[in-house]
Write a protein that binds this ligand. Structure first.
Ligand SMILES: [Mg+2]
Length: 169
């Protein structure tokens, strides 16, 4: 039960993944959440480590896209310095933008992974789309009342995931 909330991989942050992770796992496309995955909500622009991560992926020939539930201005402004494809107001766990992104990448579902910090948003979206997912711990506690509500429901599932430890679940 609740297998749709189980990610394929679990890491502390996206920056803790080894550079060889993508190639080792046959990943050719990465769908990123922004808020609390790449940067906290209040951070308008990508930090150097995010820029570096996107450069590492590009150097390995891996395609990237940003799939955010946030509004157009936030997502557009954030994606510009990364020169990444972006999709805003995605309503994850809705899968529409995930499928659009995979199609634009010209990849197969099994070659793509979604990364995010919320089980009921990012990980569920990955399960619904039939793609692999990476669950990461949130970068800050600065969240809306609705997200804090979802966090409360997530607790038993996060415990189950964290008991397995970092890496493949
Ligand atoms: Mg998020």
């Amino acid at each position: 039960m609740f297998n749709f909330l189980m990610p394929t991989y679990y890491y502390r942050t996206v920056f803790d993944l080894p550079d060889s992770f993508w190639r080792d796992n046959g990943i050719k496309g990465v769908l990123f959440d922004i808020d609390n995955t790449l940067e906290p909500y209040a951070t308008e622009l990508p930090s150097d480590r995010t820029v570096t991560l996107f450069e590492i992926l590009k150097a390995q020939g891996i395609k990237t896209a940003i799939i955010s539930n946030n509004h157009k201005e936030r997502v557009e402004r954030f994606a510009a310095p990364l020169k990444a494809e972006y999709y805003y107001e995605s309503l994850k766990p809705k899968t529409e933008n995930v499928f659009k992104a995979i199609e634009n990448m010209g990849l197969k579902r099994e070659e793509v992974v979604i990364i995010g910090d919320q089980l009921f948003t990012d990980i569920w979206c990955g399960s619904r789309a039939g793609i692999r997912s990476i669950f990461v711990e949130r970068l800050s506690d600065d969240e809306s009342a609705f997200i804090r509500f979802k966090r409360a429901i997530e607790i038993p599932f996060v415990k189950k995931i964290s008991r397995k430890g970092y890496g493949k679940i």
